[in-house]
Design a protein around this ligand. Structure first.
Ligand code: NZQ
Ligand code: ZN
Length: 388
């Protein structure tokens, strides 16, 4: 295990009866609150009314930014930053999934600078401070509720870029699994595929001596495999929703990646699919991951697949390692495409190969993705082709 520093100060309020603590959390940071949310699910679910009531009861002043898009756009960030500056906002409250949360984080940062917020991504301009952000999570998927990341899209330039920065870490997150009861089967499947991918991206590396975190990751993957289909069939199954929600946060809050070399490959490739075709993040990952695993498999890496296949999918450990490895990819595909019912090819979702060279070049930034297996442009093009 490599040396590491781990710090995650997001305060978690988990469970059904935590919303009454919301105003206490917000009041710590001031009186003027910008409430951000997406395309309307918070209104149809009734959560919006509860949140507004809670905020008004405590005498806080409320401003709103509705309409944050899935794969959030830089325009929403600009709009939110303008409101923050004009209205002298003290604290932001994001109610939604990863898209609303990511946009809100970058609004909070953009409110503290004079340059255009796209510069955070295109020029890597300094991100030294941000207004405080509090979250009410409504979708188990990205882990944005407990991490320093944010991913923003620019349709003009066909770019979707993620960046981590300490000041973006939410001050507090309210994780009430009942707020995910209204997430439909398709989005539940996509969110679960995203959680799986966050773990797989970290799990598949050849670093040694990580038994403790490997066991933790295997437990989380088994959790998603067990509970995602239940949540799809029984949307108000509290046990399923709560397990998925906590797995969402722990899948990408820095814990499992501590002590090892980072190895994120599928996310770099998926962000190009979303940037060019605006597809749902978890769906893109589901299509890519088994093909990427197939592409990376060789004798030098087979032991990791063996560990995955036997510990996560319960494949017979007496089989030949290469047999287990291939079977593990089949079982993952079966989970994603049959159990979760996600589309299994790019062709099915209307994506052809015309942009593969440019997307592949962007995914590796003209060099290589230094992941589990280093991937240059040609390798990435081949993986995209395997997804057709
Ligand atoms: O916009 P509304 O109306 O709220 O509808 C959303 C949206 O259509 C809906 N939804 C969310 N909660 C719901 C609900 N519908 C019914 N009931 C509820 N309770 O679900 C749809 C998808 O929401 P979205 O926020 O886009 O999904 P997700 O949480 O998967 O976020 C995806 C974004 O996060 C980025 C992705 O790239 C993508 O842009 N990621 C962020 C990461 C991070 N910050 O660490 C890491 C991830 O790997 C990922 O890249
Ligand atoms: Zn993801």
């Amino acid at each position: 295990m490599n040396d590491f520093i781990y710090e995650n100060s997001t305060k978690i309020y988990f469970g059904k009866d935590q919303l009454r603590k919301l105003s206490v959390e917000l009041c710590k940071h001031g009186k003027r609150v910008l409430l951000t949310y997406g395309g309307g699910s918070v209104k149809t679910s009734g959560l919006y009314d509860k949140v507004v009531e809670e905020i008004k009861k405590s005498g806080l002043q409320l401003f709103e930014l509705p309409g944050i898009e899935p794969n959030p756009r830089i325009e929403s960030v600009r709009k939110g930053a303008e409101i923050c500056k004009r209205e002298k906002i003290d604290v932001l409250l994001a109610v939604g999934g990863g898209s609303t949360i990511d946009a809100t984080k970058y609004i909070a940062a953009a409110a503290c600078v004079d340059f255009d917020p796209w510069d955070f991504f295109s020029k890597f301009s300094p991100l030294k401070e941000a207004l405080p952000v509090v979250i009410i999570l409504t979708h188990s998927a990205t882990g944005s509720e407990m991490n320093t990341g944010g991913v923003i899209s620019n349709l003009e330039t066909k770019e979707k870029i993620g960046r981590l920065a300490r000041p973006l870490l939410p001050k507090a997150s309210f994780l009430d699994p009942t707020n995910t009861y209204t997430v439909g089967p398709y989005q539940t499947a996509c969110g679960s595929a995203d959680i799986m991918s966050h773990i797989i991206e970290v799990y598949f590396n050849m670093n040694k001596g990580l038994y403790m975190v490997d066991c933790f990751m295997e437990g989380m993957m088994k959790t998603v495999i067990k509970y995602a289909p239940i949540a799809m069939k029984e949307p108000d199954n509290y046990e399923a929703r709560s397990n998925l929600m906590w797995a969402s946060s722990w899948g990408i809050n820095g814990f499992i990646s501590s002590g090892k070399r980072q190895a994120w490959s599928c996310h770099s490739m998926e962000h190009e699919l979303s940037a060019f075709y605006d597809i749902t993040h978890g769906l893109g990952l589901a299509i890519l991951t088994p093909r990427w695993m197939e592409y990376c498999l060789d004798e030098t890496k087979v032991s990791k697949y063996y560990q995955f296949g036997t510990n996560v999918f319960g494949i017979d450990p007496t089989l030949e390692p290469m047999t287990v490895a291939k079977k593990s990819i089949e079982m993952l595909s079966d989970f994603l495409f049959n159990t979760l019912g996600l589309q299994s090819t790019l062709t099915e979702i209307g994506i052809g190969k015309e942009n593969f060279p440019i997307m592949a070049k962007k995914a590796c930034e003209g060099e290589v993705i230094a992941g589990f297996k280093p991937l240059a442009q040609k390798d990435i093009e081949k993986i995209f082709e395997m997804c057709l």
